[in-house]
Design a protein around this ligand. Sequence first.
Ligand SMILES: *[C@@H]1O[C@H](CO)[C@@H](O)[C@H](O)[C@H]1NC(C)=O
Ligand SMILES: *[C@@H]1O[C@H](CO)[C@@H](O)[C@H](O)[C@H]1NC(C)=O
Ligand SMILES: *[C@@H]1O[C@H](CO)[C@@H](O)[C@H](O)[C@H]1NC(C)=O
Ligand SMILES: *[C@@H]1O[C@H](CO)[C@@H](O)[C@H](O)[C@H]1NC(C)=O
Ligand SMILES: *[C@@H]1O[C@H](CO)[C@@H](O)[C@H](O)[C@H]1NC(C)=O
Ligand SMILES: *[C@@H]1O[C@H](CO)[C@@H](O)[C@H](O)[C@H]1NC(C)=O
Ligand SMILES: *[C@@H]1O[C@H](CO)[C@@H](O)[C@H](O)[C@H]1NC(C)=O
Ligand SMILES: *[C@@H]1O[C@H](CO)[C@@H](O)[C@H](O)[C@H]1NC(C)=O
Length: 731
Amino acid sequence: MKSGLNMGLLRWLAIAATASTALALTPEGLISAPRRAEAIPNPSGDVAVFSQSQYSFETHETTSKWNLLDLKSGDIKLLTNDSDVSEIVWLGSDNSTVLYVNGTNADIPGGVELWVSDISDFANGYKAASLPASFSGFKVATIDSGDVRYVAYAQSYANGTAYNEQLAAKPLSSARIYDSIYVRHWDSYLTTRFNAVFSGTLKKTESNGKATYKAEGGLKNLVSPVKNAESPYPPDSSSSDYNISPDGKWVAFKSKAHDLPRANYTTSYIFLVPHDGSKTAVPINGPDSAGTPKGIKGDAGSPAFSPDSKKIAYWQMEEESYEADRRTVYVYTLGSTETIPSLAKGWDRSPDTVKWADEDNLIIGVEDSGRSRLFSLPADASDNYKPKNFTDGGVVSSFYQLPDSTYLVTSTAIWTSWNVYIASPEKGVIKTLGTANEIDPELKGLGPHILDEFHFEGNWTDIHAFVIYPENFDKSKSYPLVYYIHGGPQNSWLDSWSTRWNPKVFADQGYVVVSPNPTGSSGYGEELQDAIQNNWGGLPYEDLVKGWEYVNENFDYIDAENGVAAGASYGGFMINWIQGSDLGRKFKALVSHDGTFVADAKVSTDELWFMQHDFNGTFWGNRDNYRRWDPSAPERILKFSTPQLIVHSDLDYRLPVAEGLSLFNILQERGVPSRFLNFPDENHWVLNKENSLVWHQQVLGWLNKYSGVGKSNKNAVSLEDTVVPVVDYNP
Ligand SMILES: *[C@@H]1O[C@H](CO)[C@@H](O)[C@H](O)[C@H]1NC(C)=O
Ligand SMILES: *[C@@H]1O[C@H](CO)[C@@H](O)[C@H](O)[C@H]1NC(C)=O
Ligand SMILES: *[C@@H]1O[C@H](CO)[C@@H](O)[C@H](O)[C@H]1NC(C)=O
Ligand SMILES: *[C@@H]1O[C@H](CO)[C@@H](O)[C@H](O)[C@H]1NC(C)=O
Ligand SMILES: *[C@@H]1O[C@H](CO)[C@@H](O)[C@H](O)[C@H]1NC(C)=O
Ligand SMILES: *[C@@H]1O[C@H](CO)[C@@H](O)[C@H](O)[C@H]1NC(C)=O
Ligand SMILES: *[C@@H]1O[C@H](CO)[C@@H](O)[C@H](O)[C@H]1NC(C)=O
Ligand SMILES: *[C@@H]1O[C@H](CO)[C@@H](O)[C@H](O)[C@H]1NC(C)=O
């Protein structure tokens, strides 16, 4: 197997060296290009740190490092290549001291250490704290004395002790016993352990003008005193679920409702707790909280303290079982018993990130027409206020305020994996500091020119679609269509970079990719999104038919008749639905990744609120809603005839692997060319780099085989590139 992989690599290297029409973005290039994280500026806004990791198909290992970005010149230099440094946080106000997480712990196996260093002398840090478990997500506040108060999270036992995997006793039996839902979520079975936010303090002492920080006191679990609370919430487990106030006195965290079953409600509360844990955390928007807005029972998140530590801004949805309901920003005043006011409630957009600009204004990150943009929002905005955006293209992944009230923004786009720029609400984008397509050889040739967009009349309303061109695109030629169908379904194709389903990798095989955002898509207002409820195979399917017809009639350079279609999750369901529909006959090949097939099997999923919302009722009370859009209905099966690759992995607890197996069984029995690709160690997403390579070879190879691209483009990926043996007992 090992030598086989090396052969695959050699083949790729040979192609890269000799091809006249080299592919710009290959699967190997996509997977092994550097992956950079958010740029985090120091208080004076002179420099920013960011981490970078990179996988090598030669060593089969990932290396990681931290860099320093000069915010004046854009110059980047190496800070450290010690892969044990997993997080860096600026400390104090001298603009050069950092706190960092050292992934090893000399005294406690499975624990981590906090180290402090001067950024200009990074190799000479010192240990400030030894922590007993694998803590991450550090956030700090420097208080008047100069001491540093921090929060971070780890797994917790019910008794509040942090869980250390390496030191935990191994159980004798592997049995699991459940008296409540969930049993499993995303890719893990629930256990009695849960995520919890802990607080701690570093004491500052000064001698000869030099400051030193040392841990003072132990860690305090702020979550475990509330039975059934959990923060940050898995599977995302993001540190945006909690925050520490700038004065270091308070911590706010989001938890799923501790008083409701987890699997069939989305309800969440924002809890407030003193940093020292001297009182038990209380929800500010729970059923018994004085200020809870009437009728607001949905998911909540992104708590952010105002600069004076007196207010908390956060978002919340209205409905208790609709995970993609519109988010509205609320601002709670600490100590107030008044109803928590909402901001711009009449605005038909759904903010997902909330930060304060100053005492009176917020900056929010919001999905908007295929982008994720920054908008400014006054902290007292009325219901009919319409926020204005100051970033345009791409998808913002993080933003930090600089001393001159501009913002350091990290973003991605379809044409770059990392784009760092400075922007302000007054001036928009001011200056680009660095973009990956100009740095990374793997991304060479990428730029805004690879992307276009169009609108078409769908079944009942205007639909937006992106177009991604192949390398050396020539308008006078014709390229087979890849029709790209997104998951969610309340989600969108965005102008963003992805290492899974990157449309440019598909395009560079020799296709034009069209990515429509049909009924159900997010970022275009509630009406378009909500219309998919109880309508999975209805309006979205009709929109996709209209989109295909529009492409076929309007673009001479797209060969829709020899096109292919692919999708994952809801997009996988839609591919399975298309296989049994007229639209299925328009495609030469289909790929469905983790799609549902048997309507009655949907109840085996993890998040029951999702099914109960999307099919508008319970499995027993409204079964017809579930069966209405059943890709496995006998009359649909009789139509199956387009070659289909099915990808389904064992750790997908959202849509269990039985769905993919059921479909494969039927396609094989019906004599439809089909292949089943399975990863025993992947969840809803294929993340392992070597698995990702095989995924790309099989998905692209399947499409290329049937579309004809495999014949016309000698550089195209082929099914035979994969060295894993194919199990085939066909007589
Ligand atoms: C660090 O930067 C901040 C913001 O520009 C400034 O107020 C402060 O004086 C600087 N500290 C030092 C020690 O230079
Ligand atoms: C880290 O950098 C040093 C010098 O800067 C170099 O000698 C060493 O090989 C690097 N280590 C890794 C793992 O890249
Ligand atoms: C991390 O901690 C170990 C001891 O646990 C130490 O040897 C090493 O130098 C530290 N690394 C950094 C980057 O500080
Ligand atoms: C908490 O529970 C765990 C698991 O049972 C145990 O190992 C640990 O010692 C307990 N901690 C305390 C403080 O009792
Ligand atoms: C959720 O499940 C619980 C039992 O775990 C049940 O009592 C409750 O009615 C269900 N609620 C919804 C909205 O399905
Ligand atoms: C965001 O900004 C761009 C460029 O200025 C503009 O085209 C777009 O309409 C704006 N979007 C909103 C919702 O204001
Ligand atoms: C819209 O879709 C519905 C089915 O969901 C269909 O009956 C109707 O004819 C379609 N209308 C148009 C204009 O395509
Ligand atoms: C959902 O069910 C309710 C109650 O039966 C009904 O009023 C509503 O119209 C349904 N919504 C959809 C989208 O089918």
